[in-house]
Ligand binder design. Sequence first.
Ligand code: OOG
Ligand code: NI
Length: 463
Amino acid sequence: MYDTHALRAAFARSLSAMYGTEVPAYTTLVEVSTAVNSDHLGAHPDTAERLGRIDRVTAERHGAIRVGTASELRRVAQVFAALGMEPVGFYDLRGDAATSLPIVSTAFRPTTPEALAINPFRVFTSVLVTDDRRYFDAKLTDELDAFLGCRELFDDAVVELAARAEADGGLPDADAEEFLRRATACFELSDEPVDRRWYDKLAEISGVAADIGGVTTTHINHLTPRVLDIDDLFARMTALGITMIDEIQGPPRWEGPDVLLRQTSFKALAERRRFREADGTVVEGTLSVRFGEVEQRGIALTRAGRDRYDRMLAEVDARSAGLSGEQRNDVKLDVWRAHLPATEQGLADAGLAFFTYAPAPGARWDAGGAATLSELVASGVLERTPIVYEDFLPRSAAGIFASNLDSSGSRDASREGSARDEAWLAEAMGRPVHDPLALYAAQQEASIEAAAASLGTTIIKES
Ligand code: OOG
Ligand code: NI
């Protein structure tokens, strides 16, 4: 019997093995990431595992996929439910005028600390907004919907096995292996010929629209390992002759705690694809849509912390117009030093980040009565541990997308976009969408309650 968590771990391995055969550069990326992690642990044995144990971090991956319709989204949500991965967060990537991304997204991931510790596999999942008039006129919307309506990304057999796995909390061995095989195959690159005219027509508007709606299947778009030192990774990949994008997305490297998420990527080499020309002949060609990405994770920020992060990025933008990626990084560093506390304690005191609290081994609180969290931490009774950010950043995601598209496409900003929000996503999937901040807050809260019970005292929260 494979339980839900074993299924998830096995699926992550199976997808990784498949993707490694399809995109050899991914295998290089994984090798370099593994070396970066073990060297980082060797050089900083006391601090390296503050944000995650080395075995979890080294096994950790996120994937990205893109689907075309609400019903495709519903089916993929069922497949992920079998793996204990639930939709978390709503990301609207249509807002950035500089890119042409007619999509909204969520991330499927485990939601409990226990499940994350067993295997944190997550998949950033985007769905095309086919009726957004800024991108598609009414005729193209109809053509797209007709094209997407004829294809089937996830067959009935895989969806039925997934539903059984969800209902029963797992599958017997033989069924589990069949499910894993079939589910992995749904994300393989197809050698079905691509209709050149149709693909190019969509690509003129948006490379992502063509990647989703220009072909009859879906595929895993990238699979991202996690590293403990993304600057070291960046330098090593560059030394191997692999050109990375010119800026690490998200926070800069600095002397204070890592928060949220830092990401970088390289553009994948052209992949061989077959095309059907207007006259019906099938020819060999190439497409380069899949890329390599790597990430370093930091501490989850509260609403207040996230607002501050967004304001800091706005300041970076205002101060770095026309600057290179490297110069922008210097501006970031300056802004970070000016606005973000440089210690975990500073972040906690300002209510900017999430932590869990647990009694130190052998600790007692004899002073009697109630005590504040910071008093208990300062006196060594409670230990504070950062909660790692398990989600994504829309700005960074748009940066990653944009840096990997051949052209920026087109978008008519004078038109109204079509309505999409978290409720739309939930309705499409028939499943609630978790609020990421609520998940972190609940985890922090539960740890404080458990600590209070075990110390037999009342803990006063200051913020
Ligand atoms: C998703 C891009 C976003 C991330 O890590 O922010 C993403 C895609 O390319 O489909 O994966
Ligand atoms: Ni990604």
